[in-house]
Design a protein around this ligand. Structure first.
Ligand code: 13P
Length: 304
């Protein structure tokens, strides 16, 4: 899947337009929303952003499924009508990748949920990037909060994984996101930028990277970020990339949102200018719901 060609020009135009956006009033945050403490100028800018590139939807199946349940899910996905202008990826548990590869439509690409930091060898329990390539797996999810906070992976370790995976032509879904207490302490941007910097220190080929913003407090909790909350962080991440990597990367990279996305809330999120798709957990285990989320790209087109 090539990076969308329409992105660069639309985003560069958009970034230029941001400064003229002051006339657009920022909506007052809903009472339950937590504020980042960002300036009013930034909030206004964020709301004014519009336009996006090729939508990207990933399904992270995590440590779920059996041969039978996955067979049913594949049947549903193969039968679903999916909008054509969306890149779709699913990430099954390693042991089911071969089953999925052999029976899922090749309209949908396959991702691993993890990989080793370097070449394979005497690393018990690990799977190497070379092995992912061998089995036809084109993507890997790295930096997921469950690996950061449950397994204990740190920024540098995750950065090494990203670097090695990309060197073997495995594309990376690079996850970042803050804990609830970090958000409440006003540290959302600091945390996201620190995690982003660790990726940036290790990545040279950004064309094969999708960034997933997944606030930890929204993962598996049913507490989805509001479209404004997600948009605010996505726009800040894009600004960070513009300053610290390059305007071209900032304008072309897909930044997707994850955390309690479902068939009911995806359309409103998709309308936001800097939300380029989703990384879906629970709802990706239900074929029809996952198809609805993929097809929420139509809301984006309407909003644009
Ligand atoms: O962690 C996630 C995707 O990587 C999100 O999980 P949920 O959609 O189940 O909240």
């Amino acid at each position: 899947m090539a990076a969308p060609s329409s992105l660069a020009s639309s985003r560069l135009t958009r970034l230029a337009d941001i400064r003229r956006a002051a006339a657009v009033p920022a909506p007052a945050p809903a009472p339950q929303q937590l504020r980042f403490g960002c300036s009013r100028r930034r909030a206004q800018r964020v709301v004014a952003m519009a336009g996006s590139g090729k939508f990207f939807v990933g399904g992270n199946w995590k440590c779920n499924g059996t041969k039978d349940s996955i067979s049913k899910l594949i049947t549903d996905l193969n039968a679903a009508t999916l909008e054509s202008d969306v890149d779709v990826v699913v990430a099954p548990p390693f042991i089911y990748i071969d089953q999925v590869k052999n029976s899922l439509t090749d309209r949908i690409e396959i991702s691993a949920q993890n990989t080793w930091i370097g070449k394979g060898g005497a690393y018990t329990g690990e799977i190497s990037a070379e092995q992912l390539v061998d089995i036809g797996c084109k993507w890997v999810v790295l930096g997921h909060s469950e690996r950061r906070h449950i397994i204990g992976e740190d920024d540098q370790f995750i950065g090494k994984k990203a670097s090695y995976a990309l060197s073997q032509n495995v594309k990376v879904i690079a996850c970042i996101g803050e804990l609830l207490e970090e958000r409440e302490a006003g540290k959302t941007f600091d945390v996201c930028f620190k995690q982003l910097k660790a990726f940036a220190d290790s990545i040279t080929n950004w064309a094969d990277v999708v960034i997933a913003y997944e606030p930890v407090w929204a993962i598996g909790t049913g507490k989805v970020a509001s479209p404004e909350q997600a948009q605010e962080v996505h726009a800040a991440v894009r600004d960070w990339l513009k300053t610290n990597v390059s305007p071209e990367v900032a304008s072309t990279i897909r930044i997707i949102y994850g955390g309690s996305v479902n068939a009911a809330n995806c359309a409103e999120l998709a309308k936001k200018g800097d939300i380029d798709g989703f990384l879906v957990g629970g709802a990706s285990l239900k074929g029809p719901d996952f198809a609805t989320i993929i097809n929420s790209v139509t809301s984006k087109k309407v909003a644009a």
